[in-house]
Ligand binder design. Structure first.
Ligand code: IPE
Ligand code: IPE
Ligand code: MG
Length: 248
């Protein structure tokens, strides 16, 4: 494939991209394959997207791999998804580490099998000094669970009500220290947030595509970034052009 350069000025590149990797099941169904084959294909695609992220120079990538609601799927599928996480760590960790990727986990680790928990923690420990890309893996992640955990910890720490601010809450989230996502990509066309980064997404820009996750390629990723670069992020204010014009 020919190299594709990004047509974006550096200050319009998102610092943090978050992805709801959706549509693996339908991708498989459309090929007459079992759903797990879709998850497998999704994992292959994740490799490519991580590499593209490094190449594009995006600093933070958060991927939604398993939600707190996904436990409600058939046991075989849940088991398969757990196995896939384990397998991805086994097969990809060394290379990711070599490429300077720092792995982090967001979500409730406690519910995973002890051996898997250990594997995740080891991967986090191994890569903790890398800084080319910070990769947050949202696994057994739920936005509401995250906020509940934050409130519990704020109360445990005896924080006075008057000291609870936006910034303080952010520091108690799993994503403490990570800038809010600038761009959230959702594949497979669903127009919903599905409990993903509900606090952090307050002013994120969205890119939703009908493409199923296993087919979301580098070319479309580049388009998503270029579309983002065209957006006028107003944060509730008026656009800076208008403001300058009205004050001229
Ligand atoms: C996303 O694909 C992966 C996970 C939620 C684990 P889905 O499995 O949700 O695929 P669809 O939405 O059923 O097609
Ligand atoms: C969101 O996708 C969760 C992940 C991609 C891990 P779902 O497929 O679980 O979301 P819903 O059920 O369509 O809202
Ligand atoms: Mg889905």
């Amino acid at each position: 494939m020919p190299e594709m350069s990004l047509n974006i000025p550096a200050d319009k590149l998102p610092q943090h991209v978050a992805i709801i990797m959706d549509g693996n099941g339908r991708w498989a169904l459309s090929r007459g394959l079992p759903r797990l084959a879709g998850h497998k294909a999704g994992t292959e695609n994740l490799r490519r997207v991580i590499r593209a992220t490094v190449e594009f120079g995006v600093k933070y990538l958060t991927i939604y791999a398993f939600s707190t609601e996904n436990w409600g799927r058939p046991p075989e599928e849940v088991k398969g998804l757990m196995y896939i996480l384990e397998d991805v760590i086994d097969r990809e960790l060394a290379e990711l580490h070599q490429e300077g990727v720092q792995l982090r986990h967001i979500g409730r680790l406690e519910r995973l099998a002890p051996a898997l928990q250990e594997k995740v923690l080891d991967a986090v420990e191994l890569t903790k000094d890398n800084d080319r890309l910070i990769l947050n893996v949202a696994f057994n992640y739920g936005g509401r669970a995250e906020i509940v955990d934050a409130i519990q910890n704020i109360m445990k720490d005896g924080i006075a009500p008057g000291d609870v601010t936006d910034a303080l809450v952010s520091r108690y989230l799993y994503t403490a220290g990570v800038p809010d996502p600038d761009l959230i990509i959702r594949t497979s066309g669903e127009l919903r947030v599905s409990n993903f980064l509900i606090w952090q997404a307050a002013y994120s820009e969205w890119y939703v595509t009908p493409t199923y996750w296993p087919d979301f390629d580098k070319e479309e990723y580049r388009r998503a970034l270029e579309t983002f670069a065209q957006r006028d992020r107003r944060y509730g204010k008026v656009s800076s052009n208008e403001y300058e014009a009205s004050n001229a």
